[in-house]
Design a binder for this molecule. Sequence first.
Ligand SMILES: C[S@@+](CC[C@H](N)C(=O)[O-])C[C@H]1O[C@@H](n2cnc3c(N)ncnc32)[C@H](O)[C@@H]1O
Length: 215
Amino acid sequence: MKNNYDNIARYYDFLSRIVFRTAQQDAQTALLPYIEINSKVLIAGGGTGWILEEIAKRCPPGLHIYYVEISANMIALAKEQKYQHEVTFINMAIEDFNRDRSLIFDVVMTPFLFDNFSQERIKPIFLHLHSMLRPGGRWLFTDFHYQKVAPLWQRILLQSMYVFFRILCHVEASALADIEPLFKTHHYTSLFEVFYFKKFIRSAVYYKEGLVNNC
Ligand SMILES: C[S@@+](CC[C@H](N)C(=O)[O-])C[C@H]1O[C@@H](n2cnc3c(N)ncnc32)[C@H](O)[C@@H]1O
C-alpha cells in the first residue's frame, strides 16, 4: 500500500529526532492554541500519536478527536499514548474516510501528510478535507516548506528522505508541491505562520471563510 508507514512506525519518532531534533514536534505543538473548547478535530496522518499527549496537556476539554491513519502499526502505537480527550481511531486512508460527509469538523490537522502525495492526488485530497471542515473552521497545516528555489542542503535532504521513504514506505511523491494556491482559491485566510529548521519546515493556521451558522 502506498504511503503506509507500517515498516517504520516503531522507529519513526526516533529518526525524526535524529535528523530534525524537536523541530517537527515544535512545528505541530505551535498550532495547538488554535484548537478551541468542545471542538470536533480531525487528525489525518498523525503517526505514532505523540500529538495526542500534547493535546491532552495543552488543549481545553471537550474535544472529540478522529484520528485517521493509513498505518495499522502507527494506530497501535497511538492507542498506547496517554491521551485524555475522546479519541476515535480509524485505520483508513484519509481519502476513503467519511465519503458521505456525515461528519463535519471544527478543526482539520494535516501534519506532514501532503508531502507524501503525488502532484495529481494533492488537489482531490485537499478538496476532500476541505469538504469536511465547517465554514469558520481552522486547518492546522504543517509540512516541509515549498520554495521555488530552496537552499541546496534542503534539496539534498529532501531528496534523500524521498528515496529512503520510497524504499521503506512506498511513498508515492518525489517532490514537494505548492499547496498555498489551493488555500487561496478556496478562500482561506492565514491566521498564523511559523518556520522551523532554517525555514525547511512551515506551520500555518488557515481560517475557512464562509457563512457561520450559530443556530
Ligand atoms: C511523515 S509521517 C508523519 C507522522 C506524524 N504526523 C508526525 O509528524 O510525527 C506521515 C504519516 O501519514 C500517514 N499517511 C500517509 N498517507 C496517508 C493517507 N492517505 N491517509 C492517512 N494517513 C496517511 C503515514 O502512515 C504516516 O504515519
